[in-house]
Design a protein around this ligand. Sequence first.
Ligand code: SF4
Length: 685
Amino acid sequence: MSVTRTTCPYCGVGCGVTIDPSGQVTGDRDHPANFGRLCSKGSALGETLALPNRLLSPRLHGKAIGWDAALDEVAARFADAIAQHGPDSVAIYGSGQLLTEDYYVANKLMKGCIGTGNMDTNSRLCMASTVAGQKRAFGGDIVPGQYEDLEQADLVVLVGSNTAWCHPVLYQRLIAAKQKRGTRIVVIDPRRTATTEDATLHLAVKPGGDVALFNGLLIYLIDHLQTNHLFNSSVTGLAAAEEMARAHLRTLERDTGLSQAELYLFYDWFARTEKVVTVFSQGVNQSSAGTDKVNAIINVHLATGRIGRPGMGPLSATGQPNAMGGREVGGLANQLAAHLDIDGTADRDLLARFWKLPRVADKPGLKAVDLFTAAADGKIQALWIMATNPMVSLPDADVVRRALERCPFVIVSDIVADSDTARRAHLLLPAAGWGEKDGTVTNSERRISRQRAFRSLPDGVKPDWWAICEVGKRLGFSEQFAFQGPADIFREHAALSGFENDGRRVFDISALDGITAADYEGLKPFCWPWRKGEQPTARLFADGRFPTPDGKARIVPVAPRPPVHTPRKKRPLILNTARLRDQWHTMTRTGIVERLGQHRPVPQLHIHPDDAGDIQSGQLVEVTSDWGRALLIADITADGRAGEVAAMMHWTAATGSGAEIGPVVNPAVDPVSGQPELKHTPVSI
Ligand code: SF4
């Protein structure tokens, strides 16, 4: 056996990994995302291959059954529900862990064959506000730049992102560049984190203050830059955005919680530096104003033309390894495959023609929180959950629990049998895990990489794409699901991206239309778009043209808006949720590696000394919201702002700790993106 080149399954940096026959994992020196680097989690991948409690056969009501019987049951339940209650009574809830090929067939089944928009994913918790903000600004869900822009910038602004812990290899690249060229780093985060330690300036912004902060910057830029520095001919909406921003200028310091000196220092640096990259992540996205925050950030780049050129632009750092790939094939309930628009008749007709179907879903489906609320209300008859644990990750776990109890048939595809969600399923389907499955993923810089199998499938285990196709065939769509493997699916995905594409759709990988299985096997990482007859495209929008009807980008007027739930006497503190450096999701993988657990071994509640009263570090405390409670170990620290506490998201009920924070979190969502406000819940201790 030779060395296998694959991709790390943990985060949106999308590092290349090589694995030798002994299971030794190293960073892939040829992969353009990491050039050989790995973080602590990626380095430990070889130690996570033998997962305990592996699910090795389908189980119906706890009893092992064969795959044929299991798939017959899924198809029969879906068919019955559709016949009796219509297509919108069934749903799939997927994950940024799925490979693009899995996502593609899941979307084809739901939005094409069944005709419902009810295919959503846990990327709704991660990226949905960025998707909505980018679509509003650029006319498409498009990341303009590249990782190398971080190394070419003179000022890097990190907003709502503990990059040092959550995107470690990207951070290593930034710090190496800082050492070389003296890059200024501004970190905008209510908390002091590992990332703020390297910051030239840390702005401990008030939660919810980002729109005000960037609106203030927009005004400063308009007032202090010569107008010929503005990107006027390529954008529209600047006057309306300026008017909106000026209307709130009086309350800028109150809205941001920052002093005039802090604000003006940042604004001055931004105005004086041409090469600026603004990286934003969950602190921006996981908010009831997430989409507006994304647009406030993009606005300042558009207004000054700091986009599409080396060392410039807004860059969304994706949480999950394949949140972006899922979006390319319509992974969110309000999308269709190939960035086609579910609200557009012409786009729907195009997709129906390509898939040889009479029609496709003609309206958006239920977004994650709404989907589980609908299931709890008895409106979903069959729900298929893949590669995710919504009992832990969605807000308001009581609603999720009721949804799983009330829905007549819940299918869970996973690699383990004992997740909080799997324990409530009627049918469990054993899925292939990392190292066993083949396909592609897309990282935060639009780079598509292969994830390759290097181990044989355990007996009884099947990849998700196969299970979905088998259900599709059983529902009468043999022609649509006649795929022999992931290469066939990718080939169709590439063909669709170029189908009747006159250049309006930026997502285009038609250069790979007709790719052979051998070429798919050897496919090297590349950035889309990769149009037929052209080379892959690194940076977009350098020409000042955007995929909107008039070719101009939109500067979107946005007004500061407070979070939905504000603290009050009974719940005086604000709970923020965050992630650890060495753990991933609910610790199903990283939790079995002892040395990763040593970094932060217990679930803590970080409390400011001003709020601690008699509470001492190390004491057990209960944190309570209007939605639930959790038990955590107090850590008295001034890392956060007074009045704010923080907890990590990794602990689950399955560990028996009582430390799961999901039930405490409020279910408010962004009205545009549907992304939950996971970082702002009023609580008491
Ligand atoms: Fe994996 Fe992300 Fe670490 Fe890279 S930075 S090794 S993708 S977890």
